[in-house]
Write a protein that binds this ligand. Structure first.
Ligand SMILES: C[S@@+](CC[C@H](N)C(=O)[O-])C[C@H]1O[C@@H](n2cnc3c(N)ncnc32)[C@H](O)[C@@H]1O
Length: 203
C-alpha cells in the first residue's frame, strides 16, 4: 500500500469559485510568493525540532518516527507533486495546507495523485467560527508559542502563525473547497477543543 505524506473538477463553476474571484486562491496574504514562504521556513528549520520539543513536550519526535517508519521520503513541491496520477492509497498532510500559497492547487494535486475511492487527511490549526476558541488560540500563540520562539530568535516568524490562521479557511470552507476540487466526500472534524481541525476527504 502506498501512502503519501506531505511536509483536482466539475464542468459547472459556481461564481464563488471562478478563477477570477475564488475566495480560496486569492485570499489576501501578507506573504505573497512561494520564495518568501520558503525563506520563512528555511529560517525556522534549524530550530524547528527544538521548539517542537518544548511545544509538544517531546511527543512530536515519536509521531514523526512513526510516520517515517510507515512510509518513504521524497521531497517535492506540494503545488506540483512529483508523482503520476492515481498512485496513492492514502495521503496525510500536517500543518501544510495553511502554509502553501495556493490551497486550491494543493488540494487539486492531492486529488490527482490519490487513487479513486481513497482518502486524504489534512490536519491543521482550525480557523474557528467561535470567538472564544479564536481568543484562546491567539492567547496561546501570543503567550506560549511566540515567547518560546523568541528564545530561538524567531519571534517574527512565529507571529506569522496568527495571520496565517486568520487568512486560512474555516472547516465549512475547506469542505466546500474539497467538493469544488472534485472529492466525493469531505468532512471536517474539530479536535483539541476546536483549536485544531482535520479535513478528511474521499476521492
Ligand atoms: C509548519 S511546517 C509543517 C512541517 C511538518 N508537516 C510538521 O508537521 O512538522 C510547514 C511546511 O510547509 C512547507 N511548504 C510550504 N509550501 C510548500 C510547498 N509548496 N511545497 C512543499 N512544502 C511546502 C514549508 O517548507 C514547511 O516546512
Amino acid at each position: 500500500m502506498s501512502k503519501l505524506q506531505l511536509s483536482p473538477l466539475s464542468l459547472y463553476r459556481p461564481p464563488l469559485f471562478s478563477p477570477e474571484n475564488s475566495i480560496f486562491r486569492h485570499r489576501k496574504s501578507t506573504i505573497k510568493c512561494s520564495n518568501d514562504r520558503q525563506a520563512l521556513f528555511n529560517r525556522i528549520a534549524p530550530v524547528y525540532d527544538n521548539l517542537n520539543d518544548l511545544l509538544s513536550l517531546g511527543q512530536h519526535r515519536v509521531w514523526k518516527r512513526m510516520a517515517v517508519s510507515w512510509s518513504g521520503w521524497k521531497e517535492g513541491d506540494a503545488l506540483n507533486l512529483p508523482f503520476r496520477g492515481d498512485c496513492f492509497d492514502a495521503i496525510t498532510m500536517g500543518y501544510g495546507l495553511r502554509n502553501v500559497i495556493d490551497k486550491e492547487r494543493a488540494m487539486q494535486e492531492i486529488f490527482r495523485v490519490l487513487k479513486p475511492g481513497c482518502k486524504a487527511s489534512m490536519l491543521d490549526f482550525n480557523k474557528s467560527k467561535q470567538p472564544i476558541t479564536g481568543f484562546i488560540q491567539e492567547w496561546m500563540i501570543d503567550n506560549v508559542v511566540v515567547p518560546a520562539a523568541t528564545g530561538y530568535g524567531l519571534a517574527e516568524e512565529y507571529k506569522y502563525l496568527k495571520s496565517s490562521i486568520q487568512q486560512f479557511l474555516t472547516g465549512e470552507e475547506l469542505e466546500q473547497l474539497a467538493h469544488w476540487v472534485g472529492f466525493s466526500d469531505a468532512k471536517f472534524y474539530e479536535i483539541a477543543g476546536g483549536l485544531m481541525g482535520n479535513l478528511v476527504v474521499t476521492r
